[in-house]
Design a protein around this ligand. Structure first.
Ligand SMILES: O=C(CO)COP(=O)(O)O
Length: 131
């Protein structure tokens, strides 16, 4: 993949600390990327990592997952890091499922937990195409 990577960052509430730590650990790579994030996640990441270019969308339960889904459909996302909380029921579970479905439809690399996110960014940082 060439050019500036377009990375979507999303985390459920119980996973936000983990995603912030992940973003800090990968700040050099992410500071070269154009980042979109759901509202609260984006605020947390931008606060912790001032060097990052983070575009904040709506909060997840208010449509943020659907906005990211729309960006996927438009071909505007190269990589998705989504730290999912599998233990808490969500009012917007259908939106989360729809986002994941579109990532599969368009074959966009998507990490749903920290271990996969590490692997995906190692790959991207090595300059390898992620797909
Ligand atoms: O709910 C989310 C993803 O489903 C995340 O939304 P926030 O980043 O606004 O908390």
């Amino acid at each position: 993949m060439t050019g500036r990577q377009r990375v979507a960052l999303i985390a459920h509430d119980q996973k936000k600390d983990d995603l912030v730590a992940f973003a800090k650990a990968h700040e050099p790579f992410l500071s070269d990327a154009a980042i979109v994030a759901t509202g609260t996640t984006g605020g947390r990441v931008a606060e912790a990592c001032p060097s990052l270019d983070v575009k904040r969308l709506k909060s997840g339960p208010l449509g943020g997952d659907q906005q990211i889904g729309a960006l996927i459909a438009e071909g505007a996302v190269d990589l998705i890091i989504f730290f999912v909380d599998p233990l808490t029921p969500m009012p917007h579970d259908l939106d989360v499922k729809a986002l994941m479905r579109l990532a599969i439809v368009y074959d966009i690399p998507m990490a749903l937990n920290a271990a996969t996110a590490e692997a995906l960014l190692l790959h991207a940082e090595a300059g390898l195409t992620a797909r």
